[in-house]
Design a protein around this ligand. Structure first.
Ligand code: ZN
Length: 139
C-alpha cells in the first residue's frame, strides 16, 4: 500500500471565510501515485472545518447567514467559553456543525466526487495560519 501525508496551510485574512481547496487536494492525490484508495482531508484546528458542497457564492452567503443565526459571534458574553478570555465561542460551535473532515474515494487516480461536489476549508476564527491534514492511502 502507498500513502502520502501532507499539510496544507491557510491564513484567511478575515474572521470567517470559505476556500475551495479541491485543486490542492487533487494535486496531492496525483503526487501520491495511487489509482485506487481513499483520501482523508481534515482541519487540524477546532475553529475550522473541512466540508463538501457546491462552489456557488450565493450558497456560501447562505451558510454564513445560517451559521450566524445558529451561533452569532456577538454578544461575546453569550458564550461560557469566552470567559476564558477568548472571543471564539461561536467559532467552536460553527466548526462542529460544518464538520471536521471529509473522506473521498480515489478511483482511477482521481477524486471520485459527484458533479457539483467541491472540497472546502471553512474558517471561523481566521487571521492566523492554520493547517489541514491530507492523507492519501491506496494502491
Ligand atoms: Zn476557543
Amino acid at each position: 500500500m502507498k500513502s502520502l501525508t501532507e499539510h496544507l496551510w491557510f491564513e484567511v485574512p478575515t474572521r470567517r471565510g470559505f476556500l475551495n481547496i479541491t485543486p490542492q487536494v487533487e494535486a496531492l492525490v496525483r503526487r501520491s501515485g495511487i489509482q485506487e484508495g481513499l483520501c482523508l482531508v481534515n482541519a487540524m484546528h477546532i475553529t475550522a472545518s473541512v466540508f463538501i458542497n457546491d462552489d456557488e457564492p450565493g450558497l456560501h452567503q447562505d451558510f454564513e447567514r445560517w451559521l450566524e443565526g445558529l451561533a452569532p459571534h456577538e454578544p461575546l458574553s453569550r458564550y461560557q467559553h469566552n470567559r476564558t478570555g477568548e472571543d471564539n465561542g461561536d467559532a467552536h460551535l460553527k466548526r462542529t456543525v460544518m464538520g471536521r473532515e471529509v473522506v473521498v474515494a480515489v478511483t482511477d487516480g482521481k477524486l471520485d466526487m459527484g458533479p457539483w461536489e467541491q472540497i472546502f476549508y471553512g474558517e471561523f476564527d481566521g487571521r492566523r495560519r492554520k493547517r489541514v491534514l491530507v492523507k492519501v492511502l491506496g494502491e
